[in-house]
Design a protein around this ligand. Structure first.
Ligand SMILES: C[S@@+](CC[C@H](N)C(=O)[O-])C[C@H]1O[C@@H](n2cnc3c(N)ncnc32)[C@H](O)[C@@H]1O
Length: 286
């Protein structure tokens, strides 16, 4: 069977899950093609492993997320190993990664020697992405799940970066630290199961999704401000749920008077990011 035959065989099914993107990804994976134009160039070549293509297509048809079927996901133009133990990286988190990168450059320069912590690292995407950009910085990644840490370690190795990994609950693994300049986190923040689509609910780890109340983990991390863990100038960067701005504003205003913070919208216009900054030398509007 050629790639062309395979492509049209599966496209004809008009399956909800096995859509064009999924079919292309499965065929790219089979030929180890870098991109779609490469696949097109080899469209009339024989596929390498027809039975594996069939197996992957059948699994995707049942609703299993494509990334778990393939065993990897893309995050800011790079591949990361994923398993059902870790959340599949999301587009919003790519925006958080890039937003945090820009803030770090603004506050600490292009090649800073600072301490960065990624709390609830999952597959490791945020910590690894930042370590690749800032190789002279120390990056600590934490998660309560040892299984997540194991996947993240594989990703760090594949990306050729040295990360300090720690297992534990929120701030606990870093409680002895001093001089942390950056905390980045995409913690669990979903309060209501009903708001989650059925595919995510069925396949992705609930430990990565749910928090009760939904602000619980932000409150935990905000405590770092009181605990002498942070450097004099610091940045905290969070992904948040689209309905959380008001509650988080109250939390910050009631507990940390005078601290600078700003909410940012994602590409869909939803408020999805919170940046907290202590730095007398910059202003957000500058
Ligand atoms: C929303 S996922 C984010 C994963 C990854 N950072 C990303 O953006 O794709 C939240 C992560 O927090 C971890 N987590 C859940 N409860 C935690 C806790 N109490 N302490 C530390 N990590 C926790 C989960 O295991 C999960 O990996």
């Amino acid at each position: 069977m050629t790639y062309r035959e395979a492509y049209f065989k599966y496209l004809k099914l008009e399956d909800k899950y096995l859509n064009k993107t999924a079919i292309k990804s499965i065929l790219l994976d089979d030929g180890k093609f870098a991109d779609f134009s490469n696949l097109i160039r080899h469209f009339d070549d024989e596929v390498k492993d027809e039975s594996k293509i069939e197996e992957f297509s059948n699994r995707v048809k049942t609703g299993e997320p494509l990334q778990y079927v393939l065993g990897y996901a893309y995050f800011v133009n790079s591949n990361y190993v994923v398993s059902p133990d870790v959340l599949i990286p999301r587009q919003e988190t790519e925006e958080l990664a890039v937003g945090t990168l820009k803030m770090i450059i603004k506050m600490f320069g292009r090649d800073p020697n600072i301490k960065i912590v990624d709390i609830g690292t999952g597959s490791g995407i945020l910590g690894i992405y930042l370590k690749e950009y800032f190789p002279n910085s120390e990056v600590i990644c934490t998660d309560i799940s040892e299984k997540c840490i194991k996947i993240s370690q594989i990703n760090a190795k594949n990306h050729n970066v040295e990360i300090d990994y720690r297992v534990g609950n929120m701030l606990e693994p870093i409680i002895e630290e001093k001089g942390i300049s950056v905390i980045v986190s995409n913690p669990p923040y979903i309060g209501d199961e009903k708001t989650v689509d059925s595919q995510t609910l069925k396949y992705e780890p609930h430990l990565a999704l749910f928090a009760k109340p939904k602000t619980k983990y932000y409150e935990e991390i905000f405590k770092a401000i009181d605990q002498n863990l942070l450097a004099d100038r610091f940045l905290m960067a969070f992904e948040i749920g689209e309905d959380m701005e008001e509650e988080l504003t109250h939390l910050i205003e009631n507990n940390y008077m005078g601290i600078m913070y700003k909410f940012e919208k994602d590409l869909y216009g939803k408020t999805r990011f919170l940046y907290i900054v202590k730095d007398e030398t910059i202003s957000y509007e500058a």
